[in-house]
Design a protein around this ligand. Structure first.
Ligand code: DC
Length: 231
């Protein structure tokens, strides 16, 4: 009998609230496994930026959703390894990562019609040899058949401190209390929305990273990868 080989492209999902370190974990997994990456938050951010650039009201969710299919989005890397994001041919890397853009993304993300409009675009990232997808509903909605579902969590204070350190490295001044308030507001909206709220999938492994270094988080994930024979 010939051996049956699964042709399904494997997916690992990394969900969690903003500033919890999903990007760090996802990039480490991409390096380790050589799989593709979907940064789904960047898609919501890009859609919000495009809507604002076209003068749409973010409350007009049907118009915003209509934009989703026509956006020309390119994710790339510069020579020094840093990310580069093009929207309709324009370099928007810096704008995409601004706190304000995160807030706008969270706002449009509460509309079911917008989430549905981005669904096919997200699933199109599933290509051999595998995909690491990070966001809020990767394990619950977009890739429910993922081979490993991770849910990262940390206190709002710890996440705000990490964000402050990141911003000061980039030379951007910020105030800890403001960052903490923004993170808490975004948490409330992302966890409280009716469609695809932020929550761990039933079969997700939750890791509280509040007291852990990135290396300690990766050590825990390595154990899970070995246990599930993901390589
Ligand atoms: O991960 P991020 O901070 O780049 O995401 C920005 C916003 O986009 C976040 O506050 C909520 C929304 N989002 C979402 O609703 N679902 C996803 N899968 C990813 C992001």
């Amino acid at each position: 009998m010939p051996e049956l080989v699964s042709t399904v492209v494997p997916v690992i999902t990394v969900d969690g609230p903003s500033g919890v370190g999903k990007g760090t974990v996802t990039r480490a997994l991409v390096r380790r496994l050589g799989w593709h990456r979907l940064d789904s938050g960047a898609l919501y951010r890009l859609l919000a930026l495009a809507a604002v650039a076209r003068g749409l009201s973010l409350d007009d969710v049907a118009a915003v959703a209509g934009l989703a299919a026509e956006l020309d989005i390119r994710f790339g890397e510069r020579a020094d390894g840093s990310e580069c994001i093009l929207l309709d041919g324009n370099d928007v890397t810096r704008q995409v990562r601004e706190e304000r853009t995160g807030g706008l993304a969270s706002q449009i993300a509460s509309a079911g019609v917008v989430r549905q409009a981005l669904m096919d675009r997200q699933r199109a990232f599933r290509q051999a040899p595998g995909l690491i997808a990070d966001g809020r509903d990767m394990g619950t909605v977009v890739f429910p058949d993922a081979v490993l579902k991770l849910f990262l969590d940390a206190s709002p204070q710890a996440r705000a401190e990490r964000r402050l350190a990141q911003l000061s490295e980039q030379g951007t001044p910020a105030i800890l209390a403001d960052l903490c308030a923004e993170i808490e507001a975004r948490d409330r909206r992302d966890r409280g929305r009716a469609v695809a709220p932020l929550k761990p999938a039933e079969d997700a492994v939750t890791i509280d990273t509040t007291q852990l270094t990135p290396d300690q988080v990766m050590d825990g994930i390595d154990v899970l990868l070995t246990a599930r024979a993901v390589r």
